[in-house]
Write a protein that binds this ligand. Structure first.
Ligand code: ZN
Length: 297
């Protein structure tokens, strides 16, 4: 048994990669007769909108991706996020970071530093009070955890055993908003989520969430990453690629049944509906390679 969740950001129409992850989240949750919960990742008020949310939920509903209960809204959860940040802070597991994106990029690409892509090089980890004052120079600080390059291991239901290095990642952005990984683990715990299905592009970052759950003493969550949808150049699919949203496919004459069938088949689930997929579902048989999305004219 595994309660699942799907957590869209209401920042635009869902594309077929997002829709396929939603379909698979539903199948994963229902294969054991369990529930799929909804979380609205509307942490960023500048990019989230009610219109986008309505369209996303309408698309999901039309494809049969139904949810149990009321959604959890991240925009209403800042108190819980701050409590978690405070808990880490009180144990000396945080520090302020004043780096700009550019500084991080340049430090990380220095030839003598060996870190995975996107990892924080630790520039602000050991600053004195005076150095912090100087680095701040009026800029607001982000808050990072002191993970000290911990290695974590976890077993992904689709991609198998993973061993990843956890960098000092951000838990509160410098605009004061809780960062994705922090919000996500706090909310999964609140909702009683037991299994998270999400895109394989996030696989490298999952170690950060595993680490956070461990230090915050939050319940274990199983992970299942599902393959990425890419465009014909092999780049992660985006809305600008065209013919990728439900509305665009409808304009080309696609029915909802065809969208569901095509997306399931694209990942090796050879069923023609969600209910059929649940009966025959075998996570081990899922395709793990990225899928190239192209609609024949
Ligand atoms: Zn920094």
């Amino acid at each position: 048994m595994a309660v699942g969740r799907y957590a869209p950001s209401p920042t635009g129409d869902l594309h077929v990669g997002n829709l396929r992850t939603a379909l698979l989240s539903w199948v994963f949750a229902h294969r054991s007769g369990d529930e799929l919960l909804l979380r609205i990742d509307d942490l960023d008020p500048r990019t989230s909108s009610a219109d986008h949310e309505h369209q996303q939920l309408a698309d999901l509903d039309a494809l049969g991706v139904t949810f149990t209960g009321e959604p959890l809204r991240q925009s209403a959860r800042s108190t819980a996020y701050e409590a978690a940040i405070e808990a880490l802070d009180s144990r000396g597991l945080t520090y302020p970071c004043f780096c700009s994106r550019r500084e991080i990029r340049e430090a990380a690409s220095a030839p003598h530093v060996h870190l995975p892509d996107g990892a924080y090089p630790g520039t602000c980890a050991a600053l004195s009070f005076a150095e912090r004052e100087q680095r701040a120079d009026g800029r607001p600080a982000a808050v990072r955890v002191r993970a000290e390059a911990a290695h974590v291991t976890f077993v992904d239901r689709v991609y198998g055993r993973q061993r990843v290095l956890v960098d000092d990642f951000v838990i509160r952005r410098n605009d004061g908003v809780a960062a994705y990984n922090l919000a996500s683990v706090v909310d999964d715990s609140e909702q009683g989520v037991e299994e998270v299905v999400r895109g394989a592009d996030l696989l490298d970052g999952t170690g950060r969430q595993v680490w956070l759950r461990h230090v915050l003493d939050l319940p274990y969550v199983a992970h299942a990453h599902v393959p990425l949808m890419v465009n014909t150049e092999g780049v992660r699919l985006a809305k600008r690629d065209g013919d990728v949203t439900r509305r665009e496919l409808q304009d080309l004459g696609w029915s909802d049944e065809r969208i569901v069938r095509t997306l399931l088949h694209s990942v090796g689930v050879m069923s023609s509906s969600l209910t059929e997929a649940v009966e025959a579902f075998d996570p081990d048989a899922l395709v793990t390679e990225p899928t190239v999305w192209s609609v024949e004219g």
